[in-house]
Design a protein around this ligand. Sequence first.
Ligand code: IMP
Length: 432
Amino acid sequence: MPASIVVGTQWGDEGKGKATDYLADRMDFVVRYQGGNNAGHTILAEGHTLKLQLIPSGILYPHITSVIADGVVVDPRALLEEMDGLSAVGIDPSHLAVSGNCHMIMPYHLELEKVTERFLGKNALGTTKRGIGPAYADKAARIGLRIQDLFDEKIFRAKLEIVLREKNLVLTRVYGRLPLTSDLILDDYLRYAERLRPHVADTSRLIHDGLRAGKNVLLEGAQGTMLDLDKGTYPFVTSSNPVAGYALASVGIGPREVERVIGITKAYVTRVGAGPFPTEDTGPEGERLGERGREFGTVTGRKRRCGWFDAVIARYAARVNGLTELFVTKLDVLSGFDSVKVCTAYRADGTLYEDVPSHQSLFHAAEPVYEELEGWDEDLAQVRAFAELPAAARKYLDRLQDLAGVPIGVVSVGPGREQSLSADATSHRDDA
Ligand code: IMP
């Protein structure tokens, strides 16, 4: 059986957790492939609202093995807290496997991110302050500590002392902070190690064997294409690669294993933190999108910036991820607007761009070119079949898939599992 990839097509918060949860029924493995506890999935299932940051949403299903693959940076304390939170509502986290190759977020990563963001002042990125960037930086600098290091105390202590010497110099001499003590960190992390031990596995082998045995594997990205370190709006991005291609490197499987690449696309667009956002609406309509969509960050509680659907980035996401289908979320939020706008191209420096301009200055200057479509008033929360959607909403979706160049597979109209409507990509076109 092949693998499927779920990837965000915008700046994160597209509703990937919901899509994964919808697809999970048919899956045997759900694998998280990058990011850390900067992501946040809110899932409404069996009467519980669950906020997951590291653990894939497949954990809600006892038949699924949830996996955290090599490319994720793990704050062990956050992971254990999340596991405890699941146990507290009766969900057994024992079928979670974590790669020993995952790099760990250490206390000095959190401390350093705090001071460096402050140091950047008005140029700050607006990170989630979870230590993600500093942990990935150490991974690339080859001074990171991995989960497997926890299981050899001598190695762990030696590596920690070397790194901490340099980190403490930076903290004390550059930023005037107090130094951190290796013994305290060691005590905490060795305690975490004991609890993590049963979950640590050779996840690459596990997934490979699963695929050979005909199992279904869902690879779940965090954040979104426009926050990708290489393909996003650098430097206003996260420090990992949410794009579909990275799933393979992180898990350790080849491209021929993948059949579907599902792009999660909110029916409008949001962004948290700093950086360009061509379709941002800072007026009353944007405000209304934020209120109706309850657009506050799952991790930091920050108010999200809101704007209209951007077909330029949708086409870009389709191209750089090789999307096979779209999963459109939060269509219900658009009810009640007289008209709904869709950005079909940008204008920058007197030129029309139908694709993301390759130079950042043009992207920063991009003015959206809008097409206005008829709105609809009906509340969509009770709609249970694609054909029951108001004609104007179906027309909107048709336009989205035409502009993106990718068929829509599913549309969701609310947070519940039953509010995901399967949209056979062609059947709804006749009467739209
Ligand atoms: P970091 O990932 O904490 O380093 O933050 C870098 C940028 O990515 C900031 O603009 C964050 O707001 C953004 N970001 C990180 N994770 C998410 C997410 O899950 N959803 C939306 N934005 C995110």
